[in-house]
Write a protein that binds this ligand. Sequence first.
Ligand code: PLP
Length: 262
Amino acid sequence: MHLACVDGSLVPLAEARLPVIDDGLLRGDGVFEVVRVYAGTPFVLHEHLERMQRSADNLRLPLAVEHFIRDAHELLIATRPGDCMLRFVATRGGHRITLLEALPEGPPTIALAKIEYQPTLVLDGVKSLSYAGNMLAGRLAKERGCDEALLVTPDGRVLEAPTSSFFLVLDGAIRTPPLSEHILDSITRRRVVALANVEEQELTTADLPRATGAFIASTTREVHPVHRIDDLELDPQDAVVLDAAARTRELIASELAAVVAE
Ligand SMILES: Cc1ncc(COP(=O)(O)O)c(C=O)c1O
């Protein structure tokens, strides 16, 4: 974790620099991706870079993802990490950053607080550097004694968490909001939806009291059970949630084994 790659050059992390006039900093104008590294192997790197290319195209930001493949390779060779995250950032100022970060630590099950949020339609599908709203939502949730935010629109539609997708167990089946709700096309969500017989349907806050279980899912969290949404208690050991977690872990392990065997 002691090195970074900036514009293709490895530098000590503490000495990694960007010009202060970069609009990536001044206006949050740029894109990013976070890739999980398992025992030194990045998981579905190309899927992340395809999404990063789409994000950049949507922002009209020139991007050559093959540079990030080379940067990641050099950083992994030089640092030989175990389990961690790779972060890719491309800025409007034309700079390219690749970092290794420790996995966030957290409790095994979490409490969510509903936070009002209105998606910015123009940034649909874009993992842009303008994430202050998402980060603030997480902070507001913590101020309410919870671990993470559940983003809901002012008219009560349930969307996602600030950096994770959201799933609810209703009548024994898993439901998740469709991408048409302006949520991110999460790479983990794709896997959960394919594996666990998930129904994509619009969810509202009125659905929450009928739920028996819930979880959020992301690259860094995999499947993370929820034990409470505001005052609503949920069973974090819900069999459907545990099954989704186990099957997602197995799928990731088998996809990784296939990469290592190549
Ligand atoms: C808004 C949002 N939703 C969902 C996710 C989960 O996406 P993934 O599974 O690709 O990590 C992220 C990831 O950062 C996110 O920012």
